[in-house]
Design a binder for this molecule. Structure first.
Ligand SMILES: Nc1ncnc2c1ncn2[C@@H]1O[C@H](COP(=O)(O)OP(=O)(O)OP(=O)(O)O)[C@@H](O)[C@H]1O
Ligand SMILES: [Mg+2]
Length: 358
């Protein structure tokens, strides 16, 4: 997206507000398909409030965490791809009549100026052509992506401080769409699939309909809201709230109290997700309903959340596994990341697939 396309391997670096995830893949072209395997992988939690609402508050601490995650995972490749999410990213779908590439580039600029609520000069704009369903004469559907330049600059500075080379900036939603396509090819080709990636402060929704990603959305929701509620309602500290969210037993509060707070928060998160699902289904009077839900991000590890989604939407819901079609050697790599933390790595894995591009 916003960067030099690279044919060399890149490290997918997902700088979340709760923790940094790093993935490096080996990609081999076998029998007309790409075969992926994880070469190196790492996770490093971030100090509380080092990143707040997508803003890098404590850049030295985040840069140190980036260096540390790479050192611990023995990642020597300095070329990294990062992604941006939340309200500094704007993704808009537009329809344009069929036209040549020069004309298209001009139209994109015009559309960007009219569709993006920030001055055009202050934003980096890029676009992706969606596979069109109809005939060529019916025109093209384009995803317009805009990120504020100051946001891109902040990430570039950060990566410089961490002494890495920034080769690409993506948006979380597109990285997730990559990871979805690679790992669930049959489901993506045949069904309408919703991937809901629930992090600490951002929940990203990607809906793919019969092989084409049709909707990308970031909601300002995630595990941090659950933690705040636990702290306030049960009068516990940050560490204890984090432990309660992870299902650890407590000496100070009763399990039923914890369950009540968690289910209330789960309900409000699902209600917001439902609004996005309804928007998708209403758009273009779509006939296909969501047939499969995949849950990723750290919050997907909340034990009751899959069942809550399944109950609400009456749709098969499972954890999103970014290593489903990516070979993971548990003997060589940290097996915890494979067994317990796989849902955390969707964005980083999607970013690491960029090395395919030339
Ligand atoms: N076992 C668990 N059960 C429930 N929630 C968990 C568990 N482990 C981690 N979490 C929560 O998941 C969130 C972190 O997930 P993730 O790493 O995907 O977020 P992030 O990418 O750092 O954040 P951002 O939203 O800024 O992108 C935190 O809110 C954390 O409390
Ligand atoms: Mg995240």
């Amino acid at each position: 997206m916003f960067g030099i396309k690279s044919s060399k391997p890149v490290v997918g670096l997902d700088i979340g507000s709760h923790g940094i995830k790093a993935v490096e893949l080996n990609i081999r072209h076998k029998a007309g398909r790409d075969a992926y395997s994880v070469a190196r992988i790492g996770y490093q939690p971030l100090p509380h409030e080092a990143i707040v609402e997508g803003q890098i508050i404590d850049a030295p601490a985040v840069a140190e965490a980036i260096r540390s995650v790479c050192d611990k995972a023995k990642i020597s490749n300095k070329d990294v791809a990062v992604s941006i999410s939340g309200n500094s990213v704007i993704i808009k779908k537009i329809s344009l009549p069929a036209m040549g590439s020069d004309e298209l580039a001009e139209s994109i600029i015009w559309e960007a100026k009219h569709n993006i609520p920030y001055p055009y000069e202050e934003t980096n704009v890029d676009y992706v052509v969606l596979k069109s369903h109809g005939e060529a004469s019916a025109g093209t559907e384009i995803l317009l992506v805009a990120v504020k330049k100051e946001k891109v600059a902040a990430f570039a500075n950060l990566i410089g401080q961490a002494r890495k080379n920034l080769v690409a900036i993506e948006v979380d939603a597109f990285a997730l769409a990559n990871a979805l396509e690679i790992n669930y090819p049959e489901e993506v080709a045949e069904q309408t699939v919703a991937l809901v990636n629930m992090g600490a402060t951002v929940t990203t929704i990607v809906i793919s309909d019969r092989g084409t990603p049709q909707l990308f959305r970031d909601l300002s929701l995630g595990g941090s809201l659950f933690i705040e509620s636990l702290r306030k309602d049960l009068n516990v500290g940050l560490e204890e709230a984090e432990a309660l969210l992870r299902g650890r037993p407590s000496k100070t509060v009763e399990a039923f109290q914890v369950d009540a707070v968690l289910s209330m928060n789960t309900r409000s998160l699902i209600d917001e997700v439902e609004k996005t699902f309804s928007f998708f289904q209403a758009e273009d009077k779509r006939e296909n309903r969501i047939e499969r839900i995949l849950l990723g991000g750290g919050l997907a590890n909340l034990r009751t959340i899959s069942a809550a989604f399944e109950q609400k939407f009456s749709v098969k819901t499972t954890l999103f596994d970014p290593f489903r079609r990516v070979h993971y050697n548990e003997k060589k790599l940290t097996s915890e990341y494979y067994q317990e933390m796989a849902p955390f790595f969707g964005v980083a894995t999607g970013l690491a697939t960029r090395q395919r591009e030339k």
